[in-house]
Design a protein around this ligand. Structure first.
Ligand SMILES: Nc1ncnc2c1ncn2[C@@H]1O[C@H](COP(=O)(O)OP(=O)(O)OP(=O)(O)O)[C@@H](O)[C@H]1O
Ligand SMILES: [Mg+2]
Length: 496
């Protein structure tokens, strides 16, 4: 029998107007990966904030660490050996890798800093993690995948017992994801218990020993990985049958070209040419770093073009700034939605309506009208919120994303650029987002979709352009679209 590290009994957490956790139970054993699954707003992040001491639970519940009842606060949690690796890096930017690991806990001898020793320890552990990160590198210069490795190194150096990962692979490339999963498996063998939250069920099935499902703050089930399959897991999460695949109808795009791009270069992309037609979804696939987001930013006037020409609805468009793009009825939903897309101190209603005001003569609507529109999106996307007059900042990560999407769905644009539209979004709501995208097509809009989720880009796109190293390396028409073809082009640059 594996030793139990952590036991939560009857844990509740109430926020004003929301009970995020309702008498839930959870245990974590030595040397296991325990995944927590659930829809947006199910209470996953709240649970791990209780474990890391960031939130104190309502009275009545009990938390045990290695058999002893404990009251947690952030210091106590660290003291017990519980380390949380957050999605956003917690790293102190201008320090080296070694300094970041040891900051506040430097090794000293007779009051003298033992820098050589700290550096040696860092190098040793990084090597153990099969990483060639230089201990002297400035942490800020590392990719987000490498920064996570530094956090793991820290956990190993300080012999933590519990590591918590909340959606660690958002914005990771395929190889970075595999690498992270390898590291998780490796440190599990050292007896560390790992709590892992992800909306990517394939990751969950690759790495979990046990799965716990929450729904609406309630504990639903804990299962050994071998006793549950993906369909059962989804049913527990959503409370109904949902297909993991969306099938839309194809062949309804018109011949009218709404956006024509010729020889566009700049912002790290070179000689990009393509046409976007009314009523189609044009998918952009490729590895992280292949230049897709850079291209979108350039199209939208967020960067300087060095060559090339854009034609929007048959007119020459000299787009030098995002406001020029908006005048041409373009909308750009960036991948970094929370940072650039939401006013956390405004209500959901205000956030939903705000972008559509751009194209209106008036500067505001009545609160009632705003709430009516926002409530309709809450209903449609299944956003977990008491109503649209609560502050956006009080929502869970995925629900904030739904508000940002609602805001853009509600604009009067004609050309939509969606960058990673379903990142952080739960499996049930993805279907609703696909549904809204096809409704936009029915209204005669055109969509560019950048997605690293290959099944998604395959099932949604009329055509796919694959990018590699800042160039378009291939185009797949509907009948050529397959996972193999997308991958071969993305990796090998084989031309089809
Ligand atoms: N600080 C807060 N104030 C008010 N309500 C909150 C706060 N934090 C979380 N909530 C609410 O608690 C519920 C659970 O949120 P939580 O962040 O735990 O969800 P989650 O399962 O992590 O979802 P996601 O997959 O979207 O990240 C949500 O309804 C959320 O709006
Ligand atoms: Mg969360």
């Amino acid at each position: 029998m594996a030793k139990e590290l952590l036991r939560l009994e009857n844990i509740s957490k109430t926020f004003p107007g929301v009970q995020a956790l309702k008498r839930v139970n959870f245990t974590l054993n030595e040397g296991e990966v325990h995944c927590i699954c659930g829809e947006n707003g199910a209470g996953k992040s709240t649970l791990i904030k209780v474990v890391s001491g960031a939130h104190s639970p309502d009275p009545g519940g009990k938390i045990y660490f290695e058999g002893e009842e404990v009251t947690l606060d952030p210091f106590k949690a660290i003291d017990l050996g519980i380390q949380t690796i957050y999605q956003e890096h917690t790293i102190f930017a201008p320090l080296s890798v070694t300094e970041n690991i040891f900051v506040g806990m430097e090794i000293t001898r007779g009051g003298v800093m033992q820098f050589g020793e700290m550096r040696r320890r860092t190098k040793e552990v990084l090597e153990y993690l099969n990483s060639d990160i230089d201990p002297d590198e400035i942490t800020d210069r590392l990719s987000s995948g490498e920064q996570k490795i530094v956090e793991f190194a820290k956990a190993l150096i300080f012999e933590r017992k519990v590591i918590i990962l909340d959606e660690p692979t958002a914005s990771f490339s395929v190889t970075e994801i595999e690498n992270l999963l390898d590291i998780v498996r490796k440190i599990r063998t050292r007896g560390i218990g790992i709590i892992y939250i992800s909306h990517h069920l394939d990751e969950v099935f690759k790495v979990a020993d046990r799965i716990t499902v929450f729904r609406d703050g309630e504990f639903i089930i804990t299962s050994d990985i071998g006793d549950i399959d993906e369909a059962q897991l989804i049913r527990h999460m959503v409370g109904r049958d949902v297909s993991a695949f969306y099938s839309r109808r194809f062949g309804f795009a018109s011949d009218e070209v709404v956006l024509k791009v010729e020889g566009l270069s700049g912002n790290g992309v070179t000689d990009i040419s393509f046409e976007l037609r009314r009523g189609e979804i044009l998918g952009f696939a490729g590895m992280v770093g292949s230049g897709r987001s850079e291209l979108m930013s350039l199209l939208f006037g967020g960067a300087v073009k060095t060559a090339g020409k854009l034609t929007v609805f048959g007119e020459d468009a000299n787009i030098k700034h995002p406001s020029d793009a908006i005048k041409h009825k373009m909308c750009y939903i960036t991948e970094d939605r929370q940072a650039s897309g939401l006013f956390l101190i405004h209500t959901i209603a205000r956030n939903t309506i705000i972008a559509s005001l751009n194209n209106e003569k008036r500067i505001c609507f009545s609160p009632k009208y705003e709430e009516k529109i926002a409530d309709a999106y809450i209903e449609k996307l299944g956003t977990k919120a008491p109503n649209s007059s609560v502050l956006a900042g009080s929502l869970s990560g995925g629900n904030q994303q739904k508000v940002v999407l609602a805001k853009w769905f509600n604009t009067k644009g004609d050309i939509f650029i969606f960058d990673e539209p379903t990142r952080g979004i739960d499996v049930g709501a993805k279907q609703e987002i696909y549904q809204i995208m096809t409704e936009l097509l029915d209204e005669g809009k055109a969509i560019i979709m950048v997605s690293s989720d290959t099944p998604e880009v395959i099932s949604m796109s009329d055509r796919i352009l694959v990018m590699k190293e800042g160039r378009i390396v291939g185009e797949l028409s509907r009948d050529k679209i397959s996972e193999e073809n997308v991958l071969e082009l993305s990796i090998g640059g084989k031309r089809i």
